[in-house]
Write a protein of this length. Structure first.
Length: 402
């Protein structure tokens, strides 16, 4: 069935635009007249405009920022009185990324063919479950614009939180990689040249120099085995993370590491509080809200706790009680939720808990940055200094021996 782009004016004189699938142009004109619209223009949409998914759409998938911006734009246009299909078409034209424009057009065509907006969003993986759930709620309550705005804000906060966590984790990883890289270059490339140079003097080398040469010789002799062992360890870890029990075990182990546990618990507490509070404030039932929040959590122990909390709430428990002994959440969460349940302000309390833990996470990341920077200098400087000291001691012993 072909797709047509149309421009029409409603009874109040307002111009509306959209696209619709119809058997013919005449059938579409009859449908628009039945809707009380005066048709100004109808033309067949080009295949390229709504066409199939291009290969670069699969490679350059919509980013979270693209989805957030589109949701905010659609919310603003709906609030201004623009129809949903027109808002979707406008969002598609305004999208900077081709894959996002294609996605909005697909959603628009799905809506025009009779599907609901939330169902259309569910067909695309770039929209998280919290967005589709709130969109369905907005359609049912008639406040879709407000719900989409809240969804965009929730996605933005989650993205910023994820970025902060990656920043905190990436810095130590970069330090380790740099230190290993410098050490590997010196041991594999520089030290053998140093050994060849010193061996020509046929002198007894200082213990420090001999230690460096022995380490280099051992690594060069076993470098293939060490590389294979590293690859095997990496593959084993990936397979372990793919196994549900292995993922749970590694996530529980992360909660026991001194610094990593603080980052994980702060992130999980803020994500849980922010998402659950937003859903409850939007009118979602607590059991349904917990089902939506569960996949948003990164730690498998947190997901298990959320799943168990939902089951206990279905059995008649409150929200705070199942969270009291959760190892992946800070105790403040259950205490504040208990206060909120007593006062009937759980949504507000959860928002405050999220703000508090997000601010603590920001402070922790800044502290880690200030600590790790001098550690980088000391570690890399120590490696380089050890090699130079071994070299100059050897040269001094040879010159002195003469």
């Amino acid at each position: 069935m072909p797709t047509f782009a149309w421009i029409a004016r409603d009874s109040s004189g307002r111009t509306q635009r959209g696209t619709a699938a119809a058997a013919s142009e005449a059938a579409l004109l009859q449908r628009l007249r039945g809707d009380g619209l005066t048709t100004l223009d109808v033309r067949r949409a080009s295949a390229q405009r709504s066409g199939g998914r291009r290969w670069w759409h699969r490679v350059l998938r919509p980013r979270s920022e693209d989805v957030e911006l589109g949701l905010e734009q659609i919310a603003f246009m709906l609030r201004s009185g623009l129809p949903l299909t027109s808002a979707l078409e406008t969002a598609a034209r305004q999208s900077q990324r081709g894959s996002m424009a294609w996605t909005w057009r697909q959603v628009s065509e799905r809506v025009q063919s009779g599907g609901s907006f939330s169902q259309a969003l569910q067909e695309h993986r770039c929209f998280p479950k919290i967005v589709t759930t709130m969109a369905a709620l907005g359609e049912a309550t008639g406040v879709l614009d407000d719900v989409l705005r809240r969804s965009a804000e929730a996605m933005e906060r989650r993205r910023e939180l994820r970025t902060n966590i990656l920043t905190a984790m990436a810095y130590p990883a970069v330090v380790i990689v740099m230190a290993v890289g410098v050490a590997a270059f010196m041991v594999v490339s520089l030290v053998p040249k140093l050994t060849k140079f010193l061996s020509g003097f046929h002198r007894r080398l200082p213990p420090v120099t001999q230690l460096l040469i022995d380490i280099s010789a051992w690594i060069n002799a076993h470098i293939a085995g060490l590389a294979l062992a590293g690859i095997a360890a990496g593959v084993a870890f990936i397979l372990l993370r793919r196994w549900p029990r292995g993922r749970l075990a590694t996530d529980r182990a992360a909660l026991r590491l001194p610094v990593v546990s603080r980052i994980v618990k702060l992130a999980e507490t803020s994500t849980f509080s922010r998402s659950l509070g937003l859903l409850l404030a939007s009118g979602v039932r607590v059991t349904d809200a917990l089902s939506v929040v569960e996949p948003l959590l990164a730690n498998e122990q947190s997901r298990l706790t959320t799943r168990e909390a939902r089951e206990r709430i279905l059995s008649g428990s409150g929200i705070a009680e199942p969270l009291a002994d959760a190892p992946s959440f800070y105790p403040m969460l259950s205490s504040m939720v208990a206060v909120g349940e007593s006062a009937g302000t759980v949504e507000e309390v959860l928002a405050e808990v999220a703000e508090y833990h997000e601010s603590r996470l920001q402070v922790l990341i800044k502290r880690l940055g200030s600590i790790i920077e001098p550690v980088v200098i000391v570690v890399i400087g120590g490696i380089v200094g050890f090699v130079y000291m071994a070299f100059f001691l050897a040269v001094y012993s040879i010159v002195g021996g003469k």
